[in-house]
Design a protein around this ligand. Structure first.
Ligand code: MRU
Length: 379
């Protein structure tokens, strides 16, 4: 366990530990997660031996972020298969652990289908478990590849929209290697800009209430050595007004057929600000985040989370989410009720571009989105 706050910026590992990995110790296969509720104070690993443990890790945000939820879901089904549990029961529980990020259900379904196909082809249970694990590993690899291609497309788009480099980019929530098989989505683009000398500064929204920006994006930015500055979510407006933002870069949890974007709560206000200040608002997400079966933003189920996440401040070195009585520092009078949607929805007309591994959708229309998704063998 590493226990540190200071990062030198010359640490080449994207994080101290991978966000997720499959291991096979003599006692049986396990899924090892970097517990994101403890970062940045502690790099602690969480070992899941069955699907219910993984469901709890997903709900508590120990493992989180759309692409990683898909990977975790697939490994969760593989874990159930490898340990001889009921695969369909595990798949149902995992797919519904959190409702908004479509990647979770997609990853679960992909592993479940591999299991079903193996059995249908005459495999025994052990062989079917191996096929399920292979499908999870394949999804993990594909996500890493998608991440690299999104970074390439995103960087080219930035050059086009904001010529001359020296980009000052604003981001919200956390979208780096902590949520991905690779270097992430929006953060991967910022990282590519940093590596090519084109990033002047990454502005990092703290992302209330669970501080994914302050705790996780700042952690990833510090490790990369890029220039970054943390701000409260409420400070973004004055930053735009001062002309300090060249583009907004965010990820997505679900993009519907009409191009509506569900992402961490606070994304929609940034899109409104960006439009008012004539700043590009760019969404970076793999095609696995596009849900062509959901017609529009109004049809997205937005996760509502416990009120204590708002009435308390998360404290370093304690788990920040999940427990009914939060464990944070109480800031509101006891008994205060809270409105705590985990996500909001940005309508397509406020989105300048959606960057996927298959190409860029801009302007964002249903037709252009479907066309880009059709390039992927997986949609
Ligand atoms: O509630 P979280 O932390 O899982 O929310 C994550 C986000 O909103 C991310 O911005 C989104 O999943 C995109 S990650 C590439």
């Amino acid at each position: 366990m590493a226990d540190q706050y200071a990062y030198s910026g010359d640490d080449k590992r994207p994080t101290g530990f991978p966000a997720i990995r499959w291991e096979e110790p003599p006692e049986g296969p396990v899924l090892v997660l970097l517990d994101q509720t403890r970062l940045p104070a502690q790099e602690v690993e969480l070992v899941c031996t069955d699907a219910p443990a993984l469901v709890e890790a997903i709900r508590s945000l120990a493992v989180r972020g759309a692409p990683l939820l898909g990977i975790a879901g697939a490994y969760g089904v593989a874990l159930a298969a490898a340990r001889g549990f009921d695969v369909d029961e595990a798949a149902t529980a995992l797919a519904s652990a959190r409702p908004t990020a479509v990647n979770l259900a997609v990853g679960v379904r992909r592993a479940q289908e591999a299991h079903e196909a193996a059995l249908a082809n005459g495999a025994d249970l052990q062989q079917a478990a191996a096929a399920t694990l292979a499908a999870a590993r394949q999804l993990h690899r594909e996500d890493a590849e998608a991440s690299a291609r999104m970074a390439e497309h995103g960087l080219a788009l930035l050059e086009e929209l904001v010529p001359g480099g020296g980009h000052r980019l604003l981001t919200h929530c956390n979208t780096g290697s902590l949520v991905s098989g690779g270097e992430g989505t929006a953060f991967a683009v910022a990282l590519a800009a940093h590596r090519t000398g084109r990033l002047r500064r990454l502005w990092v929204d703290e992302t209330r209430p669970l501080l994914q920006g302050a705790r996780l994006t700042a952690y990833e930015a510090a490790r990369s050595g890029m220039a970054y500055t943390l701000l409260t979510d409420n400070a973004a407006g004055s930053l735009f007004a001062a002309g300090e933002v060249d583009a907004v870069l965010i990820g997505a949890d679900r993009i519907t057929a009409d191009g509506s974007v569900a992402n961490k709560v606070g994304s929609y206000p940034l899109a409104v600000l960006a439009r008012y200040h004539h700043v590009p608002f760019i969404v970076v997400a793999p095609v696995t985040t596009v849900d062509l079966d959901t017609p529009d933003g109004a049809s997205i189920e937005v996760e509502q989370r416990a009120g204590h996440e708002v009435t308390e401040l998360v404290a370093p070195q304690v788990p920040v989410a999940g427990a009914e009585a939060g464990g944070g520092i109480q800031v509101a009078p006891l008994g205060t009720t809270a409105y705590n949607p985990a996500f909001d929805v940005t309508p397509p007309d406020l989105v300048t571009a959606i960057v996927t591994e298959e190409g860029v959708v801009s302007p964002v229309t249903a037709g252009a989105l479907a066309e880009v998704c059709a390039r992927s063998p997986r949609v």
